[in-house]
Design a protein around this ligand. Structure first.
Ligand code: MN
Length: 207
């Protein structure tokens, strides 16, 4: 059975960027629902249950056709949120380092020209995603950093890419505090990125 992971911080830890009520509903209702529906989808498939959700998403073609869409949607929802929680950190923890570090910083400069340019590309991807979806920074199949967005709960893992940073732009992620102001939410997001975790994921993906 797939399980809802605990958050590595309190529900109010990301305020004022993301309010406590949004975090609690997002985690205990939205994410929990993806976990429950993923479990229901694989109920009759012990061989699928034996795999991690990431393995399922990386090999969607091996998932029986009758549950493939459910695994893509709910497995994607589970994996995307599980990643999202880990790449966020309280504002206070970030006061001394609010940008990429280590090898990731060098690679960002090489690929995008500057951190500002990366943020601009990422913000544009997040803003232009029509309806619900996610913005991503991934290590692609050529071991290069790349920014794009996906629709609904589609995961970069299903495209052979390894996500290292992401932003949920479904309205449920920001509506209580920001209502229709997605640009304000996207801009504020940069205050709560957990760069040590993003760098750790980058280093693991580049091996
Ligand atoms: Mn969400």
């Amino acid at each position: 059975m797939y399980k809802l992971p605990n958050l590595p911080y309190a529900y109010n830890a990301l305020e004022p960027v993301i309010d406590a009520r949004t975090m609690e509903i997002h985690h205990t209702k939205h994410h929990q629902a993806y976990v429950d529906k993923l479990n229901a989808a694989v109920e009759k498939y012990p061989d699928l249950q034996a795999k991690s959700v990431e393995e399922l998403l990386m090999n969607l073609v091996e998932v029986p056709a009758e549950v493939r869409t459910a695994v893509q949607n709910h497995g994607g929802g589970h994996a995307n949120h599980s990643l999202f929680w880990t790449i966020l950190a309280p504002v206070d923890a970030n006061k001394v380092k609010d940008q990429p570090e280590g090898n990731l910083a060098a690679e960002v400069n090489k690929v995008f020209g500057s951190f500002d340019q990366l943020m601009e590309e990422f913000n544009t991807a997040a803003l232009n995603r029509f309806g619900s979806g996610w913005a991503w920074l991934v290590v692609n199949q050529d071991q290069k950093l790349q920014v794009f967005s996906t629709s609904n709960q589609e995961s970069p893992l299903s495209m052979g890419q390894i996500p290292i940073l992401t932003l949920d732009v479904w309205e449920h992620a920001y509506y209580l505090s920001y209502q229709n102001r997605r640009p304000d939410y996207i801009k504020a997001f940069w205050q709560i990125v957990n760069w040590s975790e993003v760098n750790r994921r980058f280093m693991a993906a580049m091996k």
